[in-house]
Design a protein around this ligand. Structure first.
Ligand SMILES: Cc1ncc(COP(=O)(O)O)c(C=O)c1O
Length: 451
């Protein structure tokens, strides 16, 4: 059971909640695995921090050398309820002993329907909804586009600067950044168009409605609402740099979509399930998307993704048009139901807000003394710092790499992101106890002082 305030969270496997370094990072056993990986795994599958994880829980990752690292990444926003969270372990263990697979499209089971019911209830808006389950975020984004095209009879899709939607062919087209996601992997899917995003740190502080007007202008001139099936947008961009659009940007786009028969799709793959201090990032501005795409934090680390939305849109695809062998696998569904229960029982939406407040205050104190920290942004437990050359907005990717490497060496798992590679992002599991979060922030302060 998690107790965030006492500082003695055990996590699933009963791991002591303390950072411990007994070797350099990575240690000898981790290096052995890295050597095996180099021979056995395709080099296109790159690794950020090559430590061999053997256990994880609360706010700690344990490696094969006996080091204990503080986890500020959650496996890229996946283990929001913690690694091996007790309810998830219990539910999956029970399910694996009952049955592991039938394929929902062949012979259905309750878990799938229960997850769909819960998603229909929890996602923004009180309208009648339907859900369909998939394996990964990219697959769900693709299906949202399929559904929007079926419902509207139109083909074009608009995405935004700095967007990340995945690595499949259609989602590569939707993703903005060339390296490493797209380079050499074309040709990409057609009928994908890009509009400017509200990026307050870099667009001269346009207000949300103005920034939306600019995007709408591009859409109207270059695509035409009569050709446009959907706008797909991350309400807070993830890989693009944790960019929070100015207030009013998303509501203005939604209103335009409603007026023009365009499906508004929120890609909440990274922001969903309590991460941002609301159940969904759309909730911060009362945005009600027509379709919402979820994955990552939905099932505590088991592969599951979903598209949820207005019944009349979701039901537009013909029978047999949606699905897949593994989509909504029984183990993943059992895990998801346990995640929903955990979020509620442990008050994790509030916990994300508290974590966000602590991180933001401590990082702001750092920024006061360090002009290389251009901006601190994000919501809840999804916080980032954008690093720049002092006194400018010129991105400093080298510093970002250096700071991340120095943090890793101190036993802190941090991730970088951003179109310019200059954003350090923090996605702690919400099972992170206070004392570890404080220690992580102390270590970050040291890292900035030393580099
Ligand atoms: C916003 C967003 N959409 C889609 C994806 C793709 O999800 P997956 O890696 O599960 O395919 C990601 C993954 O990082 C994401 O952050």
């Amino acid at each position: 059971m998690t107790d965030n305030t006492s500082g003695h969270t055990s996590g699933g496997p009963g791991i002591t909640q303390e950072r411990r370094l007994v070797t350099a990072i990575p240690g000898p056993r981790s290096q052995e695995l890295a050597a095996r990986k180099a021979k056995a795994v395709a080099s296109g599958v790159a690794v950020g921090l090559p430590v061999q994880v053997v256990a994880a829980g609360g706010g700690i990752l344990v490696d094969a050398d006996g080091n204990q690292l503080i986890d500020l990444g959650s496996g890229i926003a996946v283990t929001t309820v913690g690694n091996s969270a007790p309810r998830v372990v219990e539910a999956v263990t029970r399910q694996v002993a009952e049955f592991t697979h039938t394929c929902f499209m062949v012979t259905p089971y309750e878990g799938y329907v229960a997850v769909a019911e819960k998603l229909n209830e929890l996602t923004p808006g009180t309208h009648e909804k339907r859900s369909a389950l998939f394996n990964a975020g990219a697959e769900a984004v693709e299906n949202a586009v399929k559904i929007a095209r079926s419902a509207t009879g139109k083909q074009a899709v608009v995405v935004f600067d700095h967007a990340y939607h995945g690595r499949t062919n259609l989602t590569m087209a939707m993703t903005a950044k060339n390296m490493p996601y797209k380079n050499g992997f074309g040709p990409f899917a057609s009928e994908v168009y890009r509009a400017p995003l509200s990026y307050p740190f870099r667009d001269g502080g346009l207000d949300g409605a103005e920034a939306a007007r600019k995007a709408i202008d591009v859409i109207e001139k270059q695509v035409g609402a009569n050709n446009l099936a959907a706008i797909v947008i991350e309400p807070i961009q993830g890989e693009g740099g944790f960019i929070v659009p100015a207030e009013g940007f998303l509501p203005t786009l939604v209103a335009w979509c409603r007026e023009n028969g365009v499906v508004f799709v929120a890609d909440e793959v990274q922001t969903g399930f309590a991460r941002t201090g609301e159940l969904f990032a759309c909730d911060h501005e009362g945005v009600v998307p027509d379709l919402i795409v979820t994955a990552k934090g939905i099932a505590g680390g088991l592969p599951l993704a979903a598209v949820t939305g207005r019944a009349e849109i979701m039901d537009a695809a013909h029978a047999g048009g949606l699905g897949g062998t593994y989509g909504g696998n029984p183990l993943a569904c059992a895990a998801a139901l346990a995640v929903f229960e955990t979020i509620e029982a442990e008050g994790l939406v509030d916990r994300a807000r508290t974590i966000g407040k602590t991180m933001t205050e401590r990082l702001a104190a750092l920024q006061d003394d360090d002009p290389r920290i251009g901006e601190i942004r994000g919501r809840g437990a999804m916080i980032a710092v954008e690093l720049v050359k002092p006194g400018t907005t010129e991105p400093d990717a080298d510093l970002t790499k250096k700071v991340a490497a120095a943090a890793n060496a101190k036993g802190l798992v941090v991730l970088t992101c951003g179109t310019y590679g200059n954003v350090l992002r923090f996605l702690p599991p919400l099972s992170m106890p206070d004392h570890l979060l404080d220690e992580a922030l102390d270590l970050l302060a040291e890292v900035f002082q030393e580099n």
